[in-house]
Design a protein around this ligand. Structure first.
Ligand code: CO
Length: 134
């Protein structure tokens, strides 16, 4: 049901410093910062040959990243994103199986302009999972 690993998201306390570290120290291809007000984050994507890294920084007062950074002041892995073909079919199967879909279970448009959903980390071994319709 799940497909490719689309990205690993890392919450960071200083977006420009993290981007510079990946660009200058690790030699990665680092994109431009983009605000995602509906998700309460500013993101920078880093292209790798087989997947992407999403740097996450809080945007606005109710950002879901603020509390995470309070608990993890130097940053940390926040979620991983798997691609799916039919996000509504996957959602219905997950709910039927007892998994909790966050945010009222209605897909939002994610950073790539495609529908996304998030799954409760307690149902997936402590890992917040994002599903993106490929
Ligand atoms: Co993501």
């Amino acid at each position: 049901m799940i497909g490719r690993l689309n990205h690993v998201a890392i919450a960071v306390p200083d977006l420009e410093a993290a981007a510079a570290r990946y660009r200058d120290t690790l030699g990665a291809t680092v994109g431009a910062a983009q605000d995602e007000p509906e998700h309460g984050v500013t993101v920078i994507f880093i292209d790798l040959p087989n997947t992407k890294i999403e740097l996450l920084y809080p945007l606005g007062e109710n950002s879901p990243i603020t509390g995470f950074l309070a608990k993890n002041p130097s940053g940390g892995i926040h979620h991983i994103c798997y691609e799916v073909e039919d996000i509504l079919a996957v959602r219905d199967r997950l709910i039927a199986g007892g998994a909790r879909v966050l945010g009222g279970a209605e897909p939002k448009i994610g950073a790539h302009g495609k529908p996304v959903l998030f799954l409760h980390p307690k149902d997936f071994n402590g890992c917040l999972i994002e599903l993106e319709q490929a």
